[in-house]
Design a binder for this molecule. Structure first.
Ligand code: NOJ
Length: 530
């Protein structure tokens, strides 16, 4: 089978926040159908849908109650089938979110197949990703069940062969329907060490990340399911090194096509806790991206991302979202999209959407944020100090409604949105997408280059100006061709050597002339030598 996904660009949709077609304030499948032409015009090849399955929404669909049903608020299976057909009619593909590390506690398995879950007589001291213990006591059984996420998300026991077969059967059902692949939620957490025990600081991750049988189970899944279809798979795998990433993604290993790594998302964090903020040092980012570019160059494959539904908006994070919003959004896109790997765009990124700052905790909906707020307040941390963390890192930054127009709520809904819109929709919205200078049109060009220029897919990566704290610069070389990418992550004017070749793209009026290139604030410029 060809590795078509190496030349693809993926667009992630968070259905709850994308487009509401019926005025109930919640995005839905018919809303997505309405916007397919917008996505097709952008040029993306693959749409990844965050979960659309039946769910009580403790974690917005990442807690699945029934893998074979569509969430009522999102529509019906007939709507889904129409969506799939409409995506295929436009030559695009659809990737489903596969959440099988855990289910909802309202899944019938939890009642009728308790052996599909993980039970212990004694809890360990591990802390959940969503605060509190990972163990919840169940009176009837007199035992604790494991939940790495919320207590309504019990972890599945992958050591049970019957569970694995049941999951594979469900995957086949969706693939037989014609979906084109899976994004696998925290798939490197499915295998826990048999003797789970207390861990320093309650961080049990060494006992469940990339656990003892994960590769055995993924190979089995590949053999029994994935290998039978021409699809794409991407695993979400926090805490993974390039070596482990090669194990997951090298073609010869027959597991996954690519994974999401997290190291670059942790560089503005001072400790193991995501809320422990520290400013990004650009040299750390450069070094890290270089490590991954080299680490997966000959074996395995990278996914490239700045944003998703769990991360704050990149323009507010590594860019500058007031005076230089458009420039820095384009600069960040340039920096990522000329690297080797498959790029992922998260809804609204192509508009340069920004973080949101609600003053009241009542305006936030995300379970991770709300649990953290409660825990810190109880520990005496002042409201204002916690809000600084939420404004910087809260997942609702990514989940505010998509900004389609300057109409109320950004045109996302005619009703009351489930999460308030970012008030800046009056200035930042998709009405601008036809403007030749828009962030959208810039992304469109980047997506187009990946299809035209093989060097973007295959070229060698070399970092330039390693010590520079403002400029991220690199070359790609292949077959006698060369791309030189300059990205200024600062407001300082920076001087860099003029490379050979022609300017391919840039986010300012193009530099002509001779001598060094003077990079303006947040400037990105790419030279191409054939
Ligand atoms: C990772 C998902 O991306 C996130 O949104 C979710 O809360 C957890 N996994 C649990 O499913």
């Amino acid at each position: 089978m060809t590795e078509w996904w190496k030349k693809s660009t993926v667009y992630q949709i968070y259905p709850r926040s994308f487009m509401d077609s019926d005025g109930d304030g919640i995005g839905d499948i018919r809303g997505i159908i309405q916007k397919l032409d917008y996505l097709h015009e952008l040029g993306v090849d693959i749409l990844w849908l965050s979960p659309v399955y039946d769910s009580p929404n403790d974690d917005n669909g990442y807690d699945i109650r029934d893998y074979y049903q569509i969430m009522k608020e999102f529509g019906t299976m007939a709507d889904f089938d129409e969506l799939l057909a409409e995506i295929h009619a436009r030559g695009m593909k659809l990737v489903m979110d596969l959440v099988v590390n855990h289910t909802s506690d309202e899944h019938e398995w939890f009642k009728n197949h308790p052996d599909f879950y993980i039970w212990r007589d004694e809890p360990t001291n591990w802390r959940s990703f969503f605060s509190g213990s990972v163990w919840e006591y169940q009176k009837e059984r007199g035992q604790y069940f494991l939940h790495l996420f919320s207590k309504k998300q019990p972890d599945l026991n992958w050591d049970n062969p019957e569970l694995r077969e049941t999951v594979y059967e469900m995957m086949r059902w969706w693939l037989d329907k014609g979906v084109d692949g899976f994004r696998m939620d925290v798939i490197n957490m499915i295998s826990k060490v048999p003797d789970m025990h207390d861990a320093p600081g309650g961080d049990g991750s060494h006992q469940f990340l990339n656990g003892p049988n994960v590769h055995t189970y993924l190979k089995e899944m590949n053999k029994k399911v994935l290998s039978k279809y021409d699809i794409v798979t991407v695993g979400e795998t926090p805490g993974t090194t390039p070596k482990e990433a090669r194990d997951y993604t090298a073609a010869k290993n027959q597991e996954l096509n690519m994974i999401f790594t997290f190291e670059h998302m942790g560089l503005d964090q001072a400790s193991g806790e995501k809320w422990d903020l520290k400013p990004l040092r650009l040299t750390d980012l450069k070094e890290n991206m270089e490590k991954w570019q080299h680490g997966l160059h000959d074996e395995g494959w990278n996914s490239l991302y700045w944003n998703n539904h769990d991360q704050p908006r990149i323009v507010s994070r590594f860019g500058e979202d007031t005076d230089w919003r458009v420039e820095s959004a384009k600069m960040l896109a340039t920096c990522l999209h000329f690297m080797q790997g498959t790029p992922y765009i998260y809804q609204g990124e192509e508009l340069g959407m920004t973080n949101v700052r609600f003053d009241s905790i009542d305006d936030y909906k995300d379970i991770e944020t709300l649990n953290m707020y409660k825990e810190k307040r109880e520990a005496g941390v002042p409201h204002e100090d916690i809000m600084v963390k939420i404004h910087a890192k809260g997942r609702d930054n990514a989940r505010t409604p998509m900004q389609w127009s300057a109409e109320p709520n950004g045109g996302f809904t005619t009703g009351t949105p489930w999460l308030k819109a970012n008030p800046n929709y009056t200035e930042i919205n998709a009405l601008q997408h036809n403007d030749p200078d828009s962030v959208y049109q810039y992304y469109k060009k980047l997506i187009g280059f990946r299809k035209e220029l093989e060097i973007i897919t295959y070229g060698d990566f070399e970092l330039l100006y390693r010590e520079d704290g403002d400029v991220f610069a690199y070359t790609r070389t292949w077959n006698g061709e060369k791309l030189t990418v300059y990205c200024n992550f600062s407001e300082n004017t920076k001087s860099v050597a003029r490379p050979e070749g022609e300017v391919l793209i840039g986010n300012y009026a193009l530099h002509l002339g001779e001598g060094d290139v003077l990079l303006k604030p947040y400037e990105a410029i790419v030279y191409y030598q054939q």
